[in-house]
Design a protein around this ligand. Structure first.
Ligand SMILES: Cc1cc2nc3c(=O)[nH]c(=O)nc-3n(C[C@H](O)[C@H](O)[C@H](O)COP(=O)(O)OP(=O)(O)OC[C@H]3O[C@@H](n4cnc5c(N)ncnc54)[C@H](O)[C@@H]3O)c2cc1C
Length: 446
């Protein structure tokens, strides 16, 4: 039987395409509109097959189709990426977000890390909310849903814990409602460069390799995939890699000695269980593979012990995170590094773009976040955000928490939008204008 090529198949099932409708596109113009299926995408975007030359695998040179042209491109739809996209869009520019998986929230949702540390700090002896703006708006929307959140609200003495499915839903809804251009299942693999200036990225997808051109790119990948590809300097990290899970049917009350039953969630009887995991290089695909497999073994072994404990026989494994728990892999070498000693000495930063809540090693102090932690030393038109910004070995355990990632995201998005509007670069952005924009967007800067 003759096998159908993609074009024949589309014809056979009656699907039309832009090309068939006479809307054939040329060279550098975007090739995708709405959900229309475009002929030849896969052929063009995959290029010719690789070949073997003297035992080496060679990928032929090829032209990559341009899938989008945008003002601000956010790579990664985790906490920071989503906040960045919303902030940039609200500032009035065109925003595209590309995420490698099928949902938003990153480690907060797909990673099943559910407690949002650290939104508050003690001010004059009173627990005071530090995280306002887009981060708090997201939390309030999650809390407004049934079983959305626990411990959110003015009287709570603890940080909020959210439900991962409600969170995924709220994040996607906010992005869609406000008009962010969304690409899911797109894995960014490289940067498009003109000297030291980033011009966009390449991503792999079921439609092959595609290009997105952008005026400013925000790296919210958590691992600095984009700034590394763009040639920005970074610091490598080996950190613990965990695999988080949830348990169902957990009886009320304290856990018996030696049993780990995890933290509360908004759903009665459901707990989320953190995992420290082994130290490893989370940019190494074999390490990631081993951590997934070993992590799952460990979870089932833990569950066996729980189910063997009288009174806990009916506890079950509800789910295991679909995103491995990578804490730190690369951080940017920025124009400023957030350092513990500076925070403890209450250093003031003229480019402060957020004030975060306190954390164990901050001795009750709130934490200012300087803009320079997101700005690469050399590469232009690029910002980092979220857990890969510039911080020392202690402070990266602060900047990687969910609440600081909200602040970093909003700041990066606002700065990127301003750079586009001021026709400047993120490095040259007017800090007073940036701070005014952030305040207008509800952020607290002290
Ligand atoms: C085991 C564990 C426990 C933790 N416990 C807590 C806790 O109790 N409380 C707390 O506040 N924080 C905790 N954290 C930290 C916190 O969850 C994360 O650091 C934070 O959510 C990071 O947000 P982010 O947006 O910077 O990155 P991520 O959540 O990692 O988001 C990055 C996004 O980018 C996408 N992406 C990555 N690479 C690409 C690419 N090349 N192309 C396209 N998309 C890409 C990812 O799929 C992801 O959606 C924990 C972390 C771990 C691992």
């Amino acid at each position: 039987m003759r096998s159908l090529n993609r074009r024949d198949f589309m014809k056979a099932v009656g699907l039309t395409s832009l090309a068939a409708a006479g809307l054939r596109r040329v060279g550098a113009q975007p090739i995708h509109e709405g959900s229309a299926i475009v002929d030849r995408i896969t052929e063009a975007s995959r290029g010719d097959a690789a070949f073997i030359d003297d035992g080496r695998v060679i990928q032929p040179q090829r032209e990559v189709p341009v899938f989008r042209d945008t003002d601000v491109l956010v790579v990664g739809g985790g906490t920071a990426g989503v906040a960045a996209a919303l902030a940039a869009l609200r500032a009035g520019v065109k925003v595209t977000i590309v995420e490698r998986y099928g949902c938003f929230g990153g480690l907060w949702t797909a990673g099943l890390v559910l407690i949002v540390l650290c939104t508050h700090a003690p001010i004059d002896g009173k627990r005071t909310k530090m995280v306002h703006g887009i981060g708090d708006e997201i939390l309030a929307r999650i809390d407004s849903k049934k079983f959305g959140a626990v411990n959110y609200g003015p009287d709570s003495t603890r940080d909020a814990t959210t439900d991962p499915e409600v969170t995924k839903y709220v994040l996607a809804k906010m992005l869609r409602e406000e008009g962010v251009d969304i690409i899911l299942n797109g894995w960014v693999t490289n940067a498009i460069m003109d000297g030291d200036t980033i011009k966009g990225v390449l991503f792999e997808s079921k439609s092959g390799c595609l290009a997105i051109r952008a005026k400013v790119v925000i790296d919210g990948s958590g691992d600095g995939d984009v700034f590394d590809a763009a040639g920005a300097e970074s610091v490598p990290h080996v950190h613990r890699i965990g695999l988080v899970h949830r348990l169902g049917n957990v009886p009320e009350g304290p856990a018996p000695e030696g049993l780990t039953l995890g933290g509360v969630t908004p759903i009665p009887g459901v707990r989320w269980v953190n995992m420290q995991g082994p130290q490893g290089d989370s940019l190494d695909v074999q390490t990631l593979t081993d951590c997934e497999l070993d992590g799952r073994e460990a979870i089932w072994n833990r569950l066996k012990r729980i189910q063997e404990t009288p009174g806990y026989e009916n506890v079950f494994l509800l789910d295991v995170a679909s995103q491995l728990g990578v804490r730190a892999s690369r951080t940017l070498v920025g124009t400023t590094e957030l350092r513990l000693e500076d925070v403890l000495e209450k250093k003031e930063y003229p480019d402060v773009v957020g004030i975060g809540g306190t954390y164990s090693f901050l001795k009750g102090l709130p934490c200012p976040i300087p803009y320079g932690t997101m700005v690469p030393q050399r590469v232009e038109n690029l910002l980092a955000t979220g857990r890969c910004v510039a911080a020392d070995n202690t402070m990266l355990n602060y900047t990687r928490l969910i609440a600081p990632c909200m602040l970093l995201g909003q700041a990066a998005g606002a700065a990127a939008a301003l750079a586009v509007q001021e026709n400047s670069t993120p490095r040259e952005v007017n800090i007073a204008n940036l701070q005014a924009l952030l305040r207008q967007q509800g952020a607290y800067l002290g």
